[in-house]
Ligand binder design. Structure first.
Ligand code: ADP
Ligand code: MG
Length: 541
């Protein structure tokens, strides 16, 4: 038997440092998001301490300033937050992956009664993203604590640092980045403004750059719906998507159990056939810091057509895609959003059916897509997903089935739902169906072939048939056969004449007797072939 030993895995910081530098974030511009977020945290911690009665002085203005000096090749981020003592610098800065933010939340979690603390930091790595762009980083900081000595910390990205006493009049922190030669792209006003506007547009503390404040510290999703007017929602939409048409309606999301999530989702006006080309996306925030507009894994697929903002501190952000997909919070968030959206649609339908019908051409695509792709959504959507007939009348699916049942049930007790995909082209077929007292659905949007397939699968005793897929007697075969006035010989001759005239082997000719009210000749294509054609047209083949 061999002996077992236990030990400690040791990490050589000299080796790990370049890895952090290089792989912490693939996007180097993130450094600014991280440093400004830390400044926001420091400012909000001060506010919290004051509210807990642990800071008696004037807080004053808590504005954060970002300053660019092209000559000196520096970017400086300054805040008037809690600052750090020399000991705190040693503890929070010199220990990589020790998060002061997490520690703060732990320490005051009893005091933050009920109210979620809004500190951004989490992993204790954000600060080091500074070294992705800087060859040298200086921290000049003075703690909020009375009589604190200000200190200066300097590090060139190696594992050695220098800490010394300095003079600093005001409470707070300046982070000075000496930009490395390979990162001089960041020494550009436009670039810095762009990054700040991207990530910091809705930060909760004012951020000033180049003489103006770049953010709205209290965006509407942080407010109570009761305090907001329709115009507030519209104004915010225009702010997010300046070039877009007015949204149809919106949903204000607000949940704090079992996860935290706020946001506003808008239903955009979508052209029926252009939905794939949209540029506007849902934006994902974490405590008012922009994270991404690639919300693929967080938001169910069919909801990607919506616009707006989702803010959740509970979505893991610095981890890989596959982890995100497996994350249980993300799954819950997915389910919650789906449910909320379905409930809102149902409420609109119940409270104002006429208004809902009016919007249906715009939102139908989205509802149908949802019903097809998400079982839970279908369960709710089946009560408000509408179909429209060729007379322009709207029905729920059940209403419609009941509407035609008496007249359109075949000998196998299947209710046959006739539909058209092109009103003009199939006009003659629609007319003869109507003359028989049949009803015809208009199914002419890109999603309809798929919607029909899904409904056929989900509804019992229901078949869809395109109005020109066969003669009406065969489409709805009630089992009553009509006598033919033609002999078999006549039929054979007639068939030959047509075949010669058409001269196309892919078309088959059959001669049948039709009731007097039907067209003398009709060219039909079997339902399954129609569908194959319709579906492949959709995928652009
Ligand atoms: P995190 O924000 O996840 O805690 P960071 O690496 O971004 O990790 O920061 C580490 C810690 O350094 C912070 O938690 C905080 O205690 C301290 N710190 C960083 N920036 C500042 C600042 N501007 N003012 C005060 N403390 C700061
Ligand atoms: Mg941080």
């Amino acid at each position: 038997r061999g002996e077992s030993t236990r030990g400690q895995i040791s990490i050589h910081t000299e080796n790990i440092f370049p890895i952090i530098k290089k792989f912490l974030y693939s996007d180097h511009e993130i450094f600014l998001r991280e440093l400004v977020s830390n400044a926001v945290d420091a400012s909000q911690k001060l506010q919290k301490l004051a509210s807990y009665g642990e800071y008696g002085e004037e807080i004053g203005e808590l504005k954060i300033t970002v300053a660019l000096d092209e000559e000196a090749k520096t970017i400086t981020i300054s805040d008037r937050g809690i600052g750090m003592t020399a000991d705190e610098v040693k503890k929070y800065i010199n220990q990589i992956a020790f998060s002061g933010a997490t520690e703060f939340i732990e320490k005051y979690k009893d005091k933050a009664t009920g109210e979620e603390t809004n500190i951004i930091g989490h992993f204790g790595l954000g600060f080091y993203s500074a070294f992705m762009v800087a060859e040298n980083v200086e921290i000049i900081t003075k703690s909020y604590r009375e009589g604190s000595q200000a200190v200066r910390w300097v590090c060139d990205g190696s594992t050695e640092y220098e800490l010394s006493d300095v003079d600093k009049a005001e409470r707070g922190t300046d982070i000075i980045l000496h930009i490395a030669p390979d990162s001089e792209e960041f020494l550009d006003k436009g670039r810095i403004r762009g990054i700040l506007e991207k990530y910091g547009r809705f930060l909760p503390v004012p951020v000033e750059f180049d003489g103006s404040v770049i953010n709205d510290a209290t965006p509407i999703w942080t407010k109570a719906p009761a305090d907001l007017t329709d115009e507030d929602y519209r104004t915010f939409y225009r702010e997010l998507y300046p070039m877009s048409e007015e949204p149809l309606f919106w949903i204000h999301l607000n949940v704090d159990y079992p996860f935290n999530l706020t946001g506003v989702l808008y239903f955009p006006k979508l052209a029926n056939d252009k939905f794939q080309m949209k540029r506007e996306k849902i934006q994902l925030y974490s405590r008012q810091v922009f994270i991404t507009d690639e919300v693929k894994d967080v938001v169910p697929d069919f909801l990607m057509m919506l616009h707006g903002v989702i803010d959740s501190p509970d979505i893991p952000l610095n981890v890989s895609r596959s982890f995100l997909q497996a994350d249980s919070n993300v799954k819950k968030i997915n389910g919650y959003i789906t449910r909320k959206v379905a409930d809102k649609l149902n409420e609109l339908f119940q409270s104002d059916r006429a208004g809902f019908e009016q919007k249906f051409d715009d939102i139908g695509l989205f509802i149908k897509y949802g019903a097809i792709s998400d079982e839970k959504f279908y369960e709710k959507a089946k009560d408000f997903a509408l179909v429209k007939n060729t007379d322009g009348k709207y029905f729920t699916i059940n209403e419609y089935r009941e509407h035609v049942q008496a007249n359109q049930t075949d000998k196998n007790e299947q209710v046959v739902l006739l539909y058209t995909t092109d009103r003009n082209q199939q006009d003659a077929y629609i007319d003869s169906a109507k003359r028989r007292g049949y009803d015809v659905l208009l199914m002419d949007t890109v999603i309809d072939p798929h919607f029909i397939n899904a409904l056929e699968y989900k509804l019992e005793k229901t078949t869809f048939k395109r109005v020109d897929a066969d003669t009406l007697d065969k489409l709805i075969d009630a089992g009553i056969s009509s006598e033919s006035v033609l002999s078999d010989d006549d039929k054979a001759r007639l068939k030959e004449v047509f075949e010669q005239t058409l001269n196309d082997k892919s078309l088959s000719v059959s001669v049948e007797s039709l009731p007097a009210d039907e067209l003398p000749v009709s060219i039909t294509m079997p339902e399954f072939m129609r569908r194959m054609k319709d579906m492949s047209a959709l995928s652009g083949e």
